[in-house]
Design a protein around this ligand. Structure first.
Ligand code: ATP
Ligand code: AMO
Length: 434
């Protein structure tokens, strides 16, 4: 809007046009106030009934909450106003009226259930604390990109419609592609590896992944955002360093640049940036620690995956971010390389937050023959992946990488209870729109 002044920039003595939403109105008889809200804050608009034009007062006070209005007038100092200044209006225009009945209350005075909030995100994000989550999310992604830049990576985008899946543990969403069967991609895994072997060498991608997870949990989405890294001439240790750098950069950026957002989320006093190196436990050590806690019913043995309960018990015990390294080869995907001196142990790793897994990664099998064997062992037809495997015959360097769930990162940084709070329009089993 031409000539519009943000409320935060309206200084005493200025002639301004402020525009935004009617946050509330208070009619005290001879005098009435309207609080106008925009993305930068709020400002009071004063109506004095005996002094001002009747039409002006009527328009200003007849408008329902959450209507969009534009107010032109002079800014005056007023110590009793919430922000110390107020606008004395010369004209008021109702730009877009709002219904008197709203599906949720953006003033936050009445709590709404998550499904109602997700159905009405436009109104929901008029609340400072909800808006703050997405401003923090944007800051985390900005810091992530900057960190990758410092690590010498090039940002790439890979296809989301694919002919084959890669991640065994989760189902694919099938689609029809000009009469042929195709799928929504579960991970950029194979494409990012192909680019590690290209002239780019070090790449990253921030993009959607689609997983037909059957279960409904507070930490799974059917469409998630994956932060993916892949680097040529990298081993699993360097890949872990990169994952740690990205996670720490996220916390640091939020601490440095999101003061107002942490305030809005009531986290300003308790927010902490993780310090020191994240401990790196082997899978074997992790099993032993879980078993020693006595907090879970089962006794874990080599080859077991960590259940949610086991992850929680270990997370509580470790009490900070940590890695689990050297997983059994049998429970890691075909593209993860085994240790040269022991083929039963892989270079696969997970990076954990005490509450949940954030990252999976490892060094990759870059030797063509071994890769083909890996496909066969996992019951996959190498022919179907020929577009991928054949590039391993043309000079594929050793490489390593990982994938990190962006929503899980935001969720753990801010201590959100449900991953859906970190997504504008989440996709889960029930939710396909909006
Ligand atoms: P005034 O207070 O300006 O002489 P008035 O007598 O019409 O005008 P009241 O009805 O006495 O106003 O005010 C109602 C309440 O509003 C009082 O508590 C007063 O302190 C408060 N008030 C008045 N003007 C402002 C203002 N500009 N900003 C915030 N509060 C105000
Ligand atoms: P993985 O399947 O472990 O590994 O996924 C990597 C990370 O992505 C996040 N994530 C999810 N977040 C929300 N909802 C989901 N349904 C979901 N699924 C995964 C998690 C997880 O740690 N190709 C490998 C990565 C690699 O080796 O580079 C992969 O996809 O935070």
């Amino acid at each position: 809007m031409q000539g519009r002044t943000y409320t935060a920039d309206a200084d005493p003595g200025d002639e301004v046009t402020v525009a935004g939403w009617v946050h509330e109105t208070r009619d005290l008889g001879g005098i009435a106030f309207l609080i106008l809200r925009d993305t930068t804050g709020q400002i009071q608009v004063k109506f004095e009934k005996d002094e001002m034009d009747d039409d002006l007062v009527e328009t200003g006070l007849g408008v329902h909450r959450e209507s969009v209005i534009s107010v032109t007038g002079e800014v005056a100092e007023e110590p009793r106003a919430p922000t110390g200044v107020e606008v004395v209006p010369e004209s008021v225009e109702v730009v877009a009226p709002a219904d008197p009945e709203l599906p949720l209350d953006p003033s936050g005075k009445v709590d709404a259930e998550l499904p109602t909030r997700l159905d009405n995100r436009t109104l929901d994000l008029r609340k400072d604390d909800v808006k703050a989550v997405f401003e923090v999310r944007a800051e985390i992604l900005r810091a992530t990109r900057e960190t990758f830049r410092e690590l010498g990576c090039t940002e790439i985008n890979t296809p989301k419609i694919v002919a084959t899946g890669t991640e065994g543990g989760t189902e694919l969403f099938p689609i029809t592609y000009f009469g042929r069967e195709a799928f929504m991609n579960q991970s950029p895994q194979l494409f990012k590896q192909l680019m590690a072997g290209s002239g780019l060498e070090r790449v990253f991608e921030i993009g959607p992944i689609f997983r037909a997870e059957e279960h409904n949990t507070p930490r799974h989405l059917n469409e998630a955002t994956s932060i993916d890294f892949e680097g040529a001439f990298c081993d699993h240790h360097e890949a872990m360093d990169a994952a740690e750098a990205v996670a720490k950069a996220a916390y640091e950026a939020v601490a440095e640049n999101c003061g107002d957002q942490l305030e809005a989320l009531d986290l300003a006093d308790e927010f902490e940036v993780p310090e020191g190196d994240f401990p790196r436990l082997t899978y074997e050590e992790a099993l032993e620690r879980v078993n020693d806690t006595g907090d879970i019913d089962e006794h874990l043995v080599w080859g077991d995956d960590l259940s949610t309960e086991a992850e929680h018990a270990l997370g509580q015990d470790v009490g900070e971010h940590y890695f689990i390294t050297d997983w059994p080869s049998e429970i890691k995907p075909f593209y993860i390389k085994d240790h040269d001196d022991d083929e039963t142990v892989s270079t696969g790793f997970d990076m954990m937050h005490p509450r949940m897994e954030l990252v999976s990664g490892g060094q990759r099998e870059h030797r063509h023959e071994r890769l083909i064997e890996g496909f066969e062992q996992q019951g996959l037809d190498p022919e179907a992946f020929e577009y991928y495997t054949k590039m391993f015959k043309y000079g594929m360097p050793p490489h390593a990488g990982w994938g990190m769930g962006a929503e899980r990162l935001v969720m753990t940084v801010l201590g959100l209870k449900n991953i859906r709070e970190a997504v504008l329009f989440p996709r889960d089993r029930q939710r396909l729109s909006p």
